[in-house]
Design a protein around this ligand. Structure first.
Ligand code: SF4
Length: 280
């Protein structure tokens, strides 16, 4: 089955409402230093297509209960570089349109602007992840992803086309992207909902962070060592984490935007993932 119930490894702190997920591709070439899919997908930064995806998906959609949401995609970006040429995600969206599927799209690319024509006819909400609007830092963190500026511009175009839009500021990295949080928020002030999440490290992402940001990690890692270990992830110390989340929430809500948090054991309203924006 390509459409699967979303189950983030039964994460203790996940508060997601029930939804399905579909990964159009296996792997993702944005190559984010902090990425977690490398812990369970071999060669995760090499993008592969899926065997007879469209044909099998159509069969699954015939039986799919349209009450539910399908999220694109949680274990690989639906718009890796190769999507420009292959257009597989576009064809998936065409199928969603034929079967009137409710869809929650999330990407770190601007390629989706090509598909605004279809997205505006779907019951969907579109989100982009922006860790920081600082272009230099974003290039270091997400070397192959389109620039934050391009993502935000594409999201503004989606909003102009009448599509509900949201954003994720995820991960928040203390002493690094957290420094730009206010500016990042200002650039995203046109969205309806923002979900935040603090950096959670696994052994492989920790190694990549140390290799790329040795000085930063010299300061950051001692914090994580004092922090919690939840479901195989290193978390910041609880008090520091809650302090960041409280401040993020205040700044988001005072801009008239609703607030969500992801795998933090902290509140979200009306939803943690923006799924409340998907029309019924
Ligand atoms: S966009 Fe997401 S899935 Fe792709 S490399 Fe970055 S964190 Fe990993």
């Amino acid at each position: 089955m390509y459409i699967r119930p979303f189950d983030p490894w039964k994460a203790k702190l996940c508060t997601c409402p029930f939804k399905y997920t579909l990964n159009v591709y296996t792997g993702c070439d944005h190559g984010c230093v902090y990425c977690y899919i490398t812990s369970y997908i071999p060669n995760a930064f090499r993008v592969r297509t899926k065997e007879r995806l469209l044909e099998k998906l159509e069969r699954e959609l015939r039986k799919f209960n349209r009450r539910y949401i399908i999220a694109l995609s949680y274990s690989s970006d639906p718009y890796p570089t190769v999507e420009r040429e292959l257009g597989i995600t576009r064809r998936v969206l065409e199928l969603f349109k034929s079967y009137d599927v409710r869809c929650l799209l999330l990407t770190k690319s601007d390629i989706f602007k090509r598909d605004i024509d279809i997205l505006s006819e779907l019951r969907c909400a579109v989100g982009v992840t922006v860790t920081t609007v600082n272009e230099r830092k974003a290039k270091l963190l997400e070397p192959n992803a389109p620039s934050p500026r391009a993502r935000i511009k594409a999201l503004k175009n989606a909003k102009k086309a009448g599509i509900p839009v949201y954003a994720r500021i995820d991960p928040i990295i203390p002493l690094y992207t957290w420094e730009d949080f206010e500016k990042t928020l200002d650039a995203l002030s046109f969205v309806s909902h923002i979900t935040v999440s603090t950096l959670k490290l696994r052994p492989d992402s920790k190694r990549r962070m140390f290799a790329k940001f040795p000085k930063l990690m010299e300061k950051l890692w001692p914090l994580y060592e004092r922090g919690e270990r939840i479901g195989g992830y290193y978390y910041l110390p609880r008090e520091l984490r809650l302090e960041i989340l409280r401040e993020a929430e205040r700044k988001i809500v005072e801009r008239g935007i609703t607030f969500g948090s992801c795998r933090e054991g902290y509140r979200s309203f009306p939803s943690c993932d923006g799924s409340h924006l998907v029309p019924h």
